[in-house]
Design a protein around this ligand. Sequence first.
Ligand SMILES: CC(C)(COP(=O)(O)OP(=O)(O)OC[C@H]1O[C@@H](n2cnc3c(N)ncnc32)[C@H](O)[C@@H]1OP(=O)(O)O)[C@@H](O)C(=O)NCCC(=O)NCCS
Length: 274
Amino acid sequence: MTTADEYRLLGFTDADREDAEKLSVDPAAVAEFATELRRLMGTFPAEDELKVPDDPLVSVATFLATLPDIRRYHQQRGIPDEISWATLADLGKQLDVNRRTHGSFGLETHWWMTIHWTGVIYALGRLQFLLHQLPASTPVPGVEPGEWVIGVHIPESGPLTPEAVDASFAQAREFFPRYFPEYPVRIATLGSWLLDPYLLDNLPQDSNTVRFGRRFTPYGEPRDSQDSAIFFTFRSHDLTKLDEFPQDTTLQRLIVSRIKSGGTWQTAHGYLTL
Ligand SMILES: CC(C)(COP(=O)(O)OP(=O)(O)OC[C@H]1O[C@@H](n2cnc3c(N)ncnc32)[C@H](O)[C@@H]1OP(=O)(O)O)[C@@H](O)C(=O)NCCC(=O)NCCS
């Protein structure tokens, strides 16, 4: 049973806590997914090694059921409580994103939360850092496939100021050698719509986004991903609603005007030395 305190630490809104308390899903499906998560915790599973349940609500129930397990894993590694909870609180954020996107309780991004629940991603200040081996499919110049690197992720939690980003990277440089000494890291990678070359050329050059993006050296070929730009900006997947999206900010106007003029937003990759 998840306690009120745990729901709070997991970042649940009141509406999502109420719905979570009423959650009724197949206990066998929860038990099966819980066994998988426990087996893979701390093993750095490859992306295709963990299959999420068909029903995202089974995943929600399983994340709650295995909260003691992932908390124990963090404790065994010596990870401070504050970092452990800040990391796991992405569950509450993602439930809230689901509610804003679809208007209801759910967890569209349940695959994403398996990363937290297998113990490979950590929230350190403004950013999240995912420890993994560089896949051969996206080579980084000067880095051997299989080398341990950290993937940078940007939660939606306020402005991405240069000071907050500097502080996050400073934390990462200390955190990984201390708590994961057997996986030495020297490179951070980012794969994101925030690195779309068009975005970096067309947002104001002194914006947080451009200043953040310019920290990374581009590698690989950008690939089309219209959905990322509208999902992360408008929390919608519906390209037929372009005329309904708010047009209050520079970013919102840029996203819509590019699509309307026939353009396609992209995801691009970059890296930096820690
Ligand atoms: C990345 C992010 C933190 C940047 O926020 P920020 O620091 O406020 O951004 P900037 O200073 O670069 O903003 C430049 C302009 O874009 C606007 N803007 C930035 N992010 C916005 C968003 N998510 N929605 C609407 N407008 C946004 C700002 O208001 C500003 O416009 P203005 O001058 O007209 O007010 C923010 O866009 C965000 O939370 N995104 C969702 C998370 C995400 O995309 N993660 C990466 C997933 S791969």
